[in-house]
Design a protein around this ligand. Structure first.
Ligand code: FES
Length: 106
């Protein structure tokens, strides 16, 4: 199962085994990773599941869809590697994925 490392703003690492087909957000919520709120439950309607994708995985996770792009406008401190984690579906290629969680959500 692909392993995802979530690094919280204070530098703590949470390594989670994420089933293929689930989202990066769902795994964070299931394992109570602090800093991801996901208020809308994954509907791409809240921007409180914002993460920074490690540069090495930017290509594998892909670019945000236009709807996600619009929602990201509401996120805190958006960077070129910002994504909404509910819109990243885990694939086998994502084994080792690293995402960083911003200081706060929207
Ligand atoms: Fe609301 Fe991702 S959980 S946008």
């Amino acid at each position: 199962m692909p392993k995802i490392t979530y690094i919280t703003f204070d530098g703590n690492e949470h390594v989670i085994e994420a089933p293929v087909g689930t989202t990066v957000m769902e795994n964070a919520i299931k394992h109570s990773v602090p800093g991801i709120e996901a208020e809308c439950g994954g509907a791409c309607a809240c921007a409180t599941c914002h993460v920074y994708v490690d540069d090495a995985f930017k290509e594998i996770t892909g670019e945000p869809e236009p709807m996600e792009e619009d929602m990201l406008d509401f996120a805190f401190e958006v960077r070129p590697n910002s994504r909404l984690s509910c819109q990243i579906k885990v694939t086998p290629e994502m084994d080792g994925l690293i995402v960083r969680i911003p200081e706060r959500q929207a």
